[in-house]
Write a protein that binds this ligand. Structure first.
Ligand code: IMP
Ligand code: MG
Length: 342
């Protein structure tokens, strides 16, 4: 039986720090000391994601494996995901070398396989046209929806990695990418090929009624990896935005590419929270603006300037108090530490 479902979702264009939030939430314990969550599960995407996780003083970069493994929680790659087995085994081996129990990693039998041919096709065309991550994502989903794809259960995967049975108990769902990369809501075709919004988490096998908290994650400035006319190349000429990129280390975990940075678009963030029903909003990397000592955001289509961080934070809080029904709490986080009140 399903008890509570909580969801972590990217409220922007990915790279918001979902990994940090998921890792923190997954550490929650019951009174008997056991983990609160029975499962941590991914519902969308593949190795295009890149989570940087700091666990017990060590740095891990995960792409497909959900963050529950760091807390001894069974971590499931759901039926809506696509998996390249070479990339999967490489990641599993890195985690194993880091002392993580990889027997906790399970792939749903109906997840689709990303073949090497998919990756070749992505590299040959889409990577240059759309700035994809070259992980074969679009070709794999294309074949899934054309109903000619290869299911994990029919592949030559080591069968001990296949999920046996259904999810139960408390589930933490770990989103990949972000709302503005969603196939239905993003700036098509500058999107990814899966559903990044919380509605799609139900594909893991629970009712929408089981969802309790939706943790939306954003940053205090916007970033975009990959092509998108909404993030023109001219952004790379703005010295303040370049300084934020440098201090904030805005380079892709998966691709190593420099991300384009822009001032926070508060209109988009409110819209993101409204369409996804975010209950708790975490705004990361506030310290980066402080270091660069520039405080700006777009709201109502105009650029607003602030003299310091607390003024900017107070402004965001006041806008959320009136602008967004589902959000109960807005939290501001300073990397690398996480808000303790989650
Ligand atoms: P794809 O998912 O590799 O097909 O890439 C499609 C678009 O989504 C490109 O603009 C990528 O840069 C972007 N994208 C995909 N995954 C991520 C992610 O995890 N973080 C940020 N951007 C991503
Ligand atoms: Mg990322």
């Amino acid at each position: 039986m399903i008890n509570n479902v909580d969801i972590v979702v990217g409220a922007a264009w990915g790279d918001e720090g979902k990994g940090k939030v998921t890792h923190y939430l997954a550490s929650k314990k019951r009174q008997n000391g056991k983990p609160y969550y029975n499962f941590v599960a991914r519902w969308n995407g593949g190795s295009n994601a890149g989570h940087t996780i700091y666990h017990e003083g060590r740095k891990f970069a995960t792409h497909i494996v959900p963050s529950g493994v760091f807390h001894g929680i069974t971590s499931v790659i759901g039926p809506g995901c696509v998996v390249n087995l070479d990339a999967f085994y490489k990641e599993v081996n890195e985690l194993k070398e880091g002392g993580i129990d990889v027997s906790l990693i399970k792939i749903h039998p109906n997840a689709h396989i990303v073949t090497n041919e998919h990756i070749e096709q992505d590299k040959a065309k889409l990577a240059t046209q759309l700035g994809t991550t070259s992980q074969g994502i679009a070709p794999a989903y294309r074949d899934k929806y054309a109903r000619i794809g290869l299911l994990a259960k029919n592949s030559d995967i080591d069968k001990s990695y296949l999920l046996d049975g259904n999810l139960y108990g408390n589930i933490l769902c770990e989103g990949a990418q972000g709302i503005w990369l969603d196939i239905n809501y993003g700036n098509y075709p500058y999107v990814t090929s899966s559903e990044c919004l919380p509605y799609a988490a139900c594909s893991l096998g629970f009712s929408p009624k089981a969802i309790k908290n939706i943790y939306g994650v954003a940053k205090i400035y916007d970033t975009r990896s990959g092509e998108d006319p909404d993030f023109p190349a001219s952004l790379l000429q703005n010295p303040d935005l370049l300084a934020i990129a440098d201090v904030g280390k805005e380079y892709g975990v998966t691709t190593g590419r420099r991300r384009k940075v822009n001032w926070l678009n508060l209109d988009k963030l409110i819209q993101a929270c409204n369409i996804s029903g975010v209950t708790h909003l975490i705004i990361n990397k506030c310290d980066i603006l402080k270091e660069v000592n520039k405080y700006k955001l777009y709201y109502g289509g105009t650029l607003k300037h602030f003299t310091n961080l607390s003024e900017m934070i107070r402004y965001i809080e006041s806008v959320f108090r009136v602008g967004c029904g589902s959000v109960q709490q807005v939290m501001f986080s300073f990397s690398p530490e996480i808000v303790e009140s989650l």
